[in-house]
Design a protein around this ligand. Structure first.
Ligand SMILES: [Zn+2]
Length: 170
């Protein structure tokens, strides 16, 4: 089954092996090789060719790079958030207010961290996983909800955040 490469719009392998709609990344062989050859710091021009927000993290989930659209979603420039853990750059309430990302009581159940780990360890993409994080939004205790798609490329994991929004908690 073929799909369109997320970078060059050429033919690519469809990652949705079971035929479901691909919510993640499709890369043709050439773009995948380009990607694997570059180190994280020089990935920005390549990432900017994606038409959607894309982030790149290491095996621990630390932010290595992202494109300009992702800077919009994250609300900060890459220079100020590079090296942060997922809960930190996604502004999770547990990570920013209490114990730090990965060290809170709820962190064991965090599917954001789990998805990154699984993708890195098993090399298997994840498509449109629903994620909910504690958050403060406009001064209100809220839940930040979004869907996460992941893909391992070389020794990094690409992340895509979609349908990002906040629900106030009453
Ligand atoms: Zn391509």
């Amino acid at each position: 089954m073929t799909a369109i490469c997320s970078i060059c719009r050429g033919d690519a392998e469809n990652l949705g092996a079971d035929g479901r709609e691909a919510g993640g990344f499709n890369l043709c062989d050439k773009c995948r090789k380009d990607f694997e050859l570059k180190n994280a710091a020089s990935l920005v021009p390549l990432l900017d060719r994606y038409s959607e927000p894309v982030m790149v993290v290491d095996s621990a989930g630390r932010l290595l790079s992202c494109n300009r659209l992702a800077e919009g979603v994250l609300g900060r420039r890459l220079i100020g958030i590079r090296g942060l853990l997922p809960g930190e750059f996604m502004k999770c309430g547990v990570a920013t207010k209490h114990t730090g990302c990965g060290r809170g009581v709820k962190c064991g159940d965090c599917n954001l961290r789990q998805a990154i780990r699984t993708t890195f360890n098993e090399g298997r993409p994840i498509q449109k996983l629903p994620v909910a994080l504690d958050a403060i939004h406009n001064g209100k205790v809220s839940i930040r909800r979004f869907t996460l798609s992941t893909q391992k490329v070389g020794e990094v994991v690409q992340l895509r955040i979609e349908d990002d929004g906040y629900l106030p908690v009453y």
